[in-house]
Structure formats: C-alpha cells, structure tokens
Design a protein around this ligand. Structure first.
Ligand code: SF4
Length: 399
C-alpha cells in the first residue's frame, strides 16, 4: 500500500476505465491462471464457515516457483471449463461480492492497468487484452494523449522500475530511454503518410541507432534523434496508402504458419478468427481484397493503429522492451502491427465488411493470445535472430 501522493504520467483515457464485469466478452477470469499475492492468500486461507471457504481449500495453492510475494505467491487453479472457480454465473467475482474490492489479489485488482516507474516517476497505462481497455484505447479518435496527475497509488505492482542514471544502465543506451520513447511516439503521431510510411522512417532511424549502439557511441543518440525529427518533418511521403507493403508479406505468412494457431491455441474466439482469416486471404490476392473490402475503413480509422502502437510503446518501454536490442523491439512491434492488419484484411473478405466492433474484438483477442504468450514471443525472437536483416530490409525498402 502506497498512500503517498506523487506525480503520475498516464495515458489520458486511463481514468475512464471501469471493469464491465458480467458484460465482458472475454473476461480476465477465463483462460488465465490467477496470481494471488502473499497477503491476499493469507486472508483467503483464514476464511472459515463461509460458502467460499471450500472453494479456497480446493483451488488456492502455494506456487513453488513464485516470482514475487507481492504477485504470485499462490495461484488459483481454474476449473475444467477454464474459468476461475470464484467467477459466478453472472460473470461476477464471488470474493469481491462477499468481502469487497480490498479482498482481491494485487493482480486481480490491478488488471488491465500496468504501472511502471521510470527515474522515480510512476507511469500508468493499460493492456488491450481487456475488451473494455481495448475499446477505450483503440477508439479514441482524437489520438492517445498523455497527462500528469498528482495521486496516491493504492495497490502497487510495478512491472518495470528503471533508473536510467544508475547501475546497470549507467553508461548504456538505456540512459536515453525517455528521449527515444518520446521520439518514437512523436514519429507515430505525425500526420504525413500512412502508418507504414511512419514505420518505414522509424526503421531507417533504427538502422542509425543500431549503428551507434553497436559502437557504444551512446552520446550521439540525442543528435540522431534531432536529425530524424527534421527528416521526418521534411521528407517527401513515400507510402501514401495503408496496404501492407509487399516486401513484408512473406515474413508475415512465415510467422502465421509458425504460430500454428489451430493446434497450439486454447482460445476459441481467436481460433475462429484465424479460420475466417484463412478462408478470406487464401482465395484472392491480398491487394485486391485490401482495395475492395478494407481500404476505406483503414483510411478513415488510422488512429486505431496509431493508438495501438503508442500504447504499446509507452507501456512496454519502447525501444527497450526486449533485452536483445532496440532493433528487435522495433521489429517485433512492426510484426505485431503487420499481423493485425493482415488478419483484419482476410477477415474483411470472409465476413464481407469490417467495423469498429470487429477490429477492437480482434485486436483484444490477438493481444490476449499472442502478446501474453511467452512461446510466441520467443518464436518471433528466434525468427528474427535468423532473419533480422531480411525483415529490416523489407521494412526500410518499402515502396
Ligand atoms: S477483462 Fe477487463 S472488463 Fe473484462 S472482467 Fe477483466 S478487467 Fe473487467
């Protein structure tokens, strides 16, 4: 519990979020083992002579491999139907109903919020794997903005706590985390060209960044940022439409086959989307489907994809999400955007049209299945270790 007030930087729609509980289309209490912190676990196991005491005894167990006592000291075993045993038929939590919000575990009460602390300043964002957070973030048609509020944080699980001027980051590229992330978000927010034009320019920037990082010339980073701010502001737009550049298809197809959704995913909604995508995309050339079924929607809803990227960059500390390198972080972010748009194109053909509801629902399911799945992320990392230059070249040479 941290009752002290402090400055908190957050995405401005953060305060609008409220869990929609029983009306949720893909509850966080389904499909994921639930983490319970030490204090909550203690309180739950002390409950006697109450209808839920038996469920606690049956389903709450000590987690031998816990990562932190504040997070996953215990776990709640799901029922066979993959639902949390405390989720009732109305889709509400019996622990919360019986003992109030205070009785929820840190993870349950925090999700889908994400808290980081960078150089002592708290930051709050949300994950789009929650349907309500996805709706708020993606459909913000004026674009995602940030604000600073002065508040205390009740429950505190810090996902990333980084002090850029201290060991082990002192004398490394991480010193420039905030400057690089601000620049990346600024680049995505610019009005020139399609989302792929922004990605192409960011890819060229990453090439220069990679170069100074490899040479350990970190002090040159602010100069490169300035150079690219000018370049992005003044450069002629190369990619005007929102089609995924052809050079990038092959990589996307390769990854989609690698994912093997049919056999490796346990999420019915996503499996269904995958089936429909295949029915749509394999029957006609991508460009034809794009122009006929989704081009107009993409042109009028660029903000959805920009919001997705900006939230991802802010929440995951772009460009240092993956310890491998800033370049890998950029490539994985690009791959996720490509996959989302590729899937939506196939879906627009098989469903016959596309709308906000389908887009938000698909991105939410994609996030729950792919982004929260360590195996997929490590598969992408393996793929990129082998094909890094091919993927990068396909992005920066997009015409
Ligand atoms: S996924 Fe989001 S809206 Fe749905 S139950 Fe969980 S927190 Fe609430």
């Amino acid at each position: 519990m941290n009752k002290k007030k402090s400055d908190i930087k957050q995405i401005s729609i953060y305060k609008k979020f409220h869990c929609i509980g029983g009306s949720c289309s893909d509850s966080c209490c389904v499909g994921w083992a639930v983490d319970v912190d030490y204090r909550t676990c203690e309180k739950l196991t002390r409950i006697k002579k109450h209808p839920i005491a038996n469920r606690v005894k049956q389903h709450v167990y000590f987690n031998e491999d816990y990562f932190s006592p504040d997070i996953d000291y215990c776990k709640i075993e799901l029922r066979e139907n993959k639902k949390c045993p405390f989720l009732n038929d109305e889709g509400l939590c019996d622990i919360q109903i019986s003992f109030g919000e205070e009785a929820l575990s840190n993870v349950c009460s925090l999700y889908p919020r994400v808290i980081n602390r960078i150089d002592g300043i708290f930051e709050r964002s949300m994950t789009v794997s929650c349907p309500e957070a996805a709706r708020l973030i993606l459909l913000e048609d004026k674009g995602l903005e940030f604000e600073t509020v002065y508040e205390s944080l009740d429950k505190l699980i810090i996902t990333s706590d980084v002090w850029t001027d201290r060991k082990p980051y002192k004398n490394s590229e991480i010193v420039y985390l905030k400057e690089l992330r601000d620049f990346g978000i600024w680049a995505i927010k610019q009005n020139n060209g399609s989302i792929w034009e922004k990605i192409r320019l960011l890819g060229i920037f990453h090439e220069s960044l990679d170069d100074v990082i490899v040479k350990k010339e970190y002090e040159k980073i602010p100069k490169i940022i300035d150079e690219y701010r000018n370049r992005i502001t003044n450069e002629n737009v190369n990619l005007k439409d929102n089609r995924i550049p052809e050079e990038f298809y092959e990589q996307l197809m390769k990854f989609i086959e690698l994912m093997d959704i049919e056999n490796s995913v346990d999420h019915e909604k996503f499996k269904n989307y995958d089936k429909k995508f295949r029915q749509g995309i394999y029957n006609e050339p991508y460009n034809k489907i794009h122009d006929e079924y989704i081009a107009e929607y993409l042109e009028n809803h660029k903000y959805i994809f920009e919001n997705y990227l900006i939230n991802d960059m802010f929440k995951n500390l772009y460009p240092f999400t993956f310890p491998e390198s800033a370049m890998i972080t950029f490539l994985i972010m690009t791959l996720k955007l490509g996959l989302i748009q590729f899937y939506l194109t196939g879906l627009s053909k098989s469903i016959g049209s596309i709308n906000d509801e389908i887009v938000v629902d698909f991105i939410q399911a994609f996030s729950k299945v792919i982004e929260h799945h360590d195996t997929y992320i490590s598969r992408v990392l393996d793929l990129f270790k082998k094909d890094k230059m091919i993927v990068l070249n396909s992005i920066i040479n997009m015409q």
